[in-house]
Design a protein around this ligand. Structure first.
Ligand SMILES: C[S@@+](CC[C@H](N)C(=O)[O-])C[C@H]1O[C@@H](n2cnc3c(N)ncnc32)[C@H](O)[C@@H]1O
Length: 369
């Protein structure tokens, strides 16, 4: 086969293979409109293009390397293949973070423009006399335009994403793409080195294993009153309500302060058939008055207010009741330190469960029999 055709074919196969794998992990389909917009299309195009170009370059490079029997380090091919592999790996990981709701749509394409533009500029400096390296004002202008374009895109989408908040971004994506289960997103911590063994529906809802645990706690200690701070989509609420349903008694009061998130949670709870044991409030946990004695407190609202929240509800806790504090791994220091501080003050006793996001199980010391 003609060498050029062979190179093009290898590049094309790489493009198709990467595109297929990326569409599959993003649960997108070329024949279905849901989940697509211009930015997501650009995001899946970028790694496929880099993979295609890198494989094509590699195919062009192999015959020479085999013929001469060595790989020259300072060569346009070696640099191109190495840069292609590094850029591809980076974009692929960024794509995974997008799927895990940690990055906005469009960021992969923006980063691709910056990295590809910067590499092409670097080539003109590192190989000033190489005949295959385009140079001159047009090349410089195109590379600068790519870097600038990527920078502007990121400068637009990132602040908007941060302002919107992760919770609203998840809600938007859920409405577009529906629910799905994927691997846990948090990085390894000393106490939980293999977070990939856990699963999640999204980065805000409790991990699936924690949801099962919550239900077991409810069926084990038979609470009359549960308070959950931070309803989000109601996964924790519904699991604990399932436990109450099995027990045959008990009530859960769940509190969510974001009105848009609350509306979605309410819709899900109303449709669940478990609504009769759930009372929902669209308020802040720091303002909601709870009547009666709390048997289980599941503290799962904003990380920064957990300590205040626990101090607020502590006097109402049944002495043998359980305080469960989510997101208390060493990855979320603010919550872990708050739990340990409350323990040092002699207010509660804590057990730190080594789960990916961490979970504290605590009991107040006062009045414990
Ligand atoms: C980690 S999510 C809750 C996940 C949920 N408990 C579950 O098990 O799936 C945190 C939620 O707390 C809400 N939130 C933040 N601050 C709050 C506050 N002061 N009062 C009530 N909800 C709050 C956020 O809007 C978000 O929906």
């Amino acid at each position: 086969m003609n060498l050029l055709l062979y190179i093009l074919l290898a590049g094309l196969i790489a493009v198709v293979a990467v595109l297929r794998a990326d569409l599959r992990r993003r649960r997108l389909s070329l024949t279905r409109g849901s989940g697509w917009n211009t930015l997501s299309a650009l995001d899946v195009t970028a790694p496929a293009l880099i993979a295609g170009m890198t494989v094509a370059l590699l195919m062009a490079f192999i015959p020479g390397a085999v013929f001469y029997g060595f790989i020259p380090l300072h060569s346009l091919f070696t640099w191109g293949v190495a840069a292609g592999i590094l850029i591809f790996a980076f974009l692929w990981i960024e794509g995974r973070r997008q799927i895990q709701f940690q990055r906005p749509r469009g960021i992969v394409f923006g980063e691709f423009l910056i990295l590809a533009g910067a590499y092409k500029l670097l080539e003109t400096v590192a190989f000033p006399n190489h005949p295959a390296v385009p140079r001159g004002p047009v090349t410089i202008a195109l590379c600068s335009l790519a870097i600038l374009g990527g920078g502007v895109l990121i400068a637009i989408i990132v602040p908007r994403y941060l302002k919107q908040g992760e919770e609203r971004a998840i809600l938007e994506r859920l409405n577009d793409e529906g629910e799905s289960v994927q691997q846990e997103y948090t990085p390894p911590t000393p106490e939980c080195p293999h977070p990939e063994l856990w699963s999640m529906v999204d980065s805000q809802s409790s991990e699936l294993e924690i949801l099962d645990f919550l239900k077991s706690m409810v069926t084990t200690v038979k609470p009359r009153l549960i308070v959950e701070t931070g309803t989000f989509l109601g996964y924790g609420t519904l699991k604990m309500a399932e436990g109450l349903r099995e027990n045959g008694f008990g009530q859960i009061i769940t509190i969510e302060y974001d009105p848009v998130i609350f509306a979605k949670a309410k819709e899900r709870i109303d449709a669940s058939g478990l609504g009769d044991c759930i009372e929902y409030h669209n308020t802040s946990s720091l303002d909601t008055e709870i009547k009666g004695t709390i048997d289980i407190l599941y503290s799962d609202s904003a990380l920064s207010i957990r300590e205040q929240e626990i101090r607020r509800f502590l006097p109402q806790m049944e002495p043998c009741g359980l305080i469960m504090i989510h997101d208390a791994s060493s990855h979320f220091e603010v919550v872990r330190e708050a739990a340990l501080r409350l323990e040092q003050e002699g207010l509660i006793s804590v057990v730190l469960l080594p789960t990916p996001r961490g979970m504290v199980i605590a009991q107040k010391r006062e009045g414990r029999k």
